[in-house]
Ligand binder design. Structure first.
Ligand code: DX5
Ligand code: ZN
Length: 219
């Protein structure tokens, strides 16, 4: 089995030293950049928008994984493609016509992701899983970094893994929120393919070795 991908969340970076933190990720064993876009409507927080994403993609040398926590994401699909997003993830809870949204993301040349809030059952993806490249299971309520991991996520990963195997799709499972060395290996064993880690990486004494630790725990 291939090793788990590690995606540091830039939300926890030092925005006054953004280029430095991006170069740290470039030179690390991390696989992706995870970028959180919040609109203050879908979630009770505003993160950053297009000019900051543009500055990030200018320096980022790894896959750019954009997590939209915004209402009506269809309005911005073309914009996020133009800004250099490789993967665009929308929230199931924010999409009335999810199937149409997924096609629109792919037609812009990006991989299509769907995020589920902690209260949303994985069963809602039964009829779209074959069209989804990445399912992002929220293991905290979206809106803030630094929250504690919700334990029920382990069950959701196992259920989702079973659905993906049954349908025979190549969908990746990403876990977002409260990831640390305590849960990383359990998540990998349950079927996770990508682990997002914000505070655990950027608030640690040595982010490079923290990334290495997560990578090695899940290899
Ligand atoms: C939460 C965001 C996460 C967040 C994770 O709404 O989607 O990506 O940055 O941060 P930590 O790892 O600190 O929980
Ligand atoms: Zn996220």
């Amino acid at each position: 089995m291939s090793s788990t991908l590690i995606a540091p969340s830039i939300l926890a970076a030092d925005f006054a030293n953004l280029q430095r933190d991006i170069e740290m990720v470039n030179s690390s064993e991390a696989d992706w950049f995870h970028i959180d876009i919040m609109d203050g409507v879908f979630v009770p927080n505003i993160s950053f928008g297009m000019p900051v994403l543009k500055a990030i993609t200018k320096h980022a040398k790894k896959t750019v994984d954009v997590h939209l926590m915004i209402v009506d994401p269809d309005r911005y699909i073309k914009t996020f493609a133009a800004l250099g997003s490789d993967i665009l993830t929308v929230h199931y809870e924010a999409c009335t016509h999810l199937h149409r949204t997924l096609q629109a993301i792919k037609s812009e040349g990006m991989k299509a992701g769907v995020a589920l809030n902690p209260h949303t059952s994985i069963n809602v993806l039964e009829d779209t899983i074959q069209d989804i490249d990445l399912v992002c299971l929220m293991s905290v309520n979206p809106g803030f970094g630094g929250q504690s991991f919700i334990e029920n996520t382990y069950n959701k990963v196992r259920q989702l893994k079973a659905m993906i195997e049954k349908k025979g799709t190549a969908t990746k499972i990403e876990i977002d929120g409260g990831v640390t060395s305590v849960n990383a290996k359990i998540l990998k064993d349950a079927g996770a393919n990508v682990l997002v880690a914000g505070s655990y990486v950027f608030k640690s004494e040595n982010p490079l070795s923290t990334i290495k630790e997560l990578k090695h725990l899940t290899t």
